[in-house]
Design a binder for this molecule. Structure first.
Ligand code: NDP
Length: 482
């Protein structure tokens, strides 16, 4: 299957001759091709978005919210397509693609439809005047998304961006373009005005960087790795674009002796290995209070070893393949680094067993056993750098203060979780961590009204709920003297 760009309401061939292969992570085989778009393709998409912006921005909030609901309905009718394409494109288990990716992509459009429909300006009264604050579109937005949660993250940006009256050009990861293409099919089918949503495929260094540095783009919403985020910020800066950067993470799961052990083992395991550990929020450093360390580790390893790895299309699969051979290599390099740093494997670290238990079709896929490493210092590279795979480190701590100090010992600050029956302590510890989001006795429990984002190397700005509406708009204050 050869994909096409979607520009000005049409699926269009790109101007060059170059293509990139789209590879199925579970088999290592090519199953589609994506255009390697040129700067002139990017220009056409931005031009289309610019042309459409003033009319689209002139619609009322409730008219635009109506469009978001129409898109949500049509997306929902393709729920099973979303799940199967996402599972095939990313290597994630089909059950996860249904429960997380397909559900949330529809929910994002519905949620922002409702928020935008009820969104109002503000009034600040003075003794002799009134201030009216209104929210206006920013203009043309560049939306750049990564490969781990392709449509989930794209819909999280498209819905509030167009809902607030902007028009957009999307650039999904070249590795996982299938559901972005599906969203364009949906948008085409429902007849959204041409130019409101455009999509250019291609690589980050080519189409991506051309898009974010373009002088006619007014805002950039980027989700991806920290080093790419730094490049994106640098190229957006000379034009003073509005920018939001959702970047990497190295999050701690802090387990206190007074936790509910069974629930904690389950929750910490989910935080460690969901989507093969390829979620920015994953808890990849597990800090365990000394007095229950051995008991926790024993139960945790049992539970990790019971995870079913294999064919992502099977309902019972819990762990799928990693995204690419390059990424698998990077993750395995960290496993070697862990050995050099003095770590020992509590489980995993060697994929031989998985390879031999896979069917022949899957032998060329990018598989790795979930790996738990003990014996490392909390300031080791494996414990402080983002690995973004099924590899976690376990560390001991004695006191609350020590747990907080270890949790704060990375340059990242995206998320974290605290596990304790003492909720006051849970909140106290959460507040001590330099991060954007902390869960107590749960993980990835999301209310879409809440702010999402991180500090330090995890990014700049917040999206989610009213924070998304704020980011995707410019405020105007009109002060009227009575
Ligand atoms: P990358 O940073 O490699 O890529 C992200 C996106 O940026 C892709 O679409 C990529 O295109 C594009 N891109 C690459 N270079 C440039 C450039 N110079 N200018 C503009 N765009 C560019 O991240 P990954 O796709 O590898 O995703 C994994 C990372 O994303 C992890 O670090 C993870 O933590 C982070 N992430 C953060 C989240 C958050 O909300 N904080 C959520 C999910 C992931 P292409 O792939 O086609 O080259």
């Amino acid at each position: 299957m050869d994909l096409m760009n979607y520009i000005d309401g049409n699926f269009q061939a790109h101007t060059g001759e170059q293509w990139l292969d789209v590879v199925e992570p579970a088999t290592g085989k090519q199953f589609a091709r994506v255009p390697l778009s040129s700067p002139s393709d990017v220009d056409s998409a931005i031009l289309a978005a610019r042309k459409a912006q003033s009319e689209w921005g002139g619609l009322s909030h409730s008219e635009r919210a109506g469009w978001l609901d129409i898109i949500a309905d049509e997306l929902e009718s393709r729920y099973e397509d979303i799940a199967s394409l996402e599972s095939r494109d990313t290597g994630k288990p089909i059950s996860l693609a249904r429960a997380v990716d397909a559900n949330r992509s529809v929910a994002n459009f519905r949620f922002f439809a409702e928020m935008i429909r009820t969104h109002r300006g503000e009034v600040f009264e003075m003794a002799d005047a009134d201030n009216f604050v209104t929210y206006r579109p920013v203009g043309v937005g560049a939306l750049i998304t990564p490969w781990n949660l392709p449509l989930y993250l794209l819909s999280w940006k498209v819905a509030p961006a167009i809902g607030m009256g902007n028009t957009v050009v999307c650039k999904p990861s070249e590795m996982t373009p299938m559901t972005a293409n599906l969203l364009m099919e949906v948008i085409d089918k429902v007849g959204l005005p041409p130019g409101v949503v455009n999509l250019v495929h291609g690589d980050g260094g080519g189409a991506g960087s051309c898009l974010v540095s373009h002088s006619d783009v007014d805002l950039v919403s980027f989700t991806g790795g920290t080093s790419t985020g730094a490049k994106v910020a640098a190229s957006a800066a000379p034009h003073f674009k509005k920018i939001s950067l959702e970047l990497g993470g190295k999050n701690s799961s802090i387990v206190f002796a007074d936790c509910d052990l069974n629930k904690t083992i389950e929750g910490v395991g989910r935080a460690a290995f969901l989507n093969q550990g390829q979620i920015c929020l994953c808890g990849s450093r597990i800090l365990v209070q000394d007095s229950i360390y051995d008991e926790f580790v024993e139960g945790f390893i049992d539970s990790v070893e019971s995870l079913k790895i294999g064919d992502p299309s099977e309902d019972s699969t819990q762990l799928g393949a990693l995204i690419s051979s390059g990424h698998l290599k990077k993750v395995k390099e960290y496993v070697s680094i862990a050995k050099d740093e003095g770590g020992h494997f509590l489980t995993g670290g060697d994929d031989m067993e998985i390879q031999s238990s896979l069917s022949r079709d899957l032998e060329g896929g990018y598989w790795m056993a979930p790996t738990v490493i003990g014996g490392l210092s909390p300031d080791s590279r494996c414990s402080t750098e983002e690995i973004f795979g099924p590899v976690v480190t376990v560390h001991r701590f004695k006191t609350e203060e020590e747990a907080i100090e270890i949790a704060n010992g990375t340059r990242y600050g995206l998320a974290g979780s605290v596990w304790t029956e003492d909720l006051e302590k849970g909140i106290r510890v959460a507040e001590g961590i330099r991060t954007g989001m902390v869960w107590v006795n749960t993980w990835l429990h999301r209310d879409l009204r809440t702010p999402f984002g991180g500090v330090g190397d995890s990014g700049v700005g917040r999206e989610g709920g009213r924070w998304s509406l704020g980011f995707f708009s410019e405020t105007l204050n009109v002060c009227v003297k009575r």
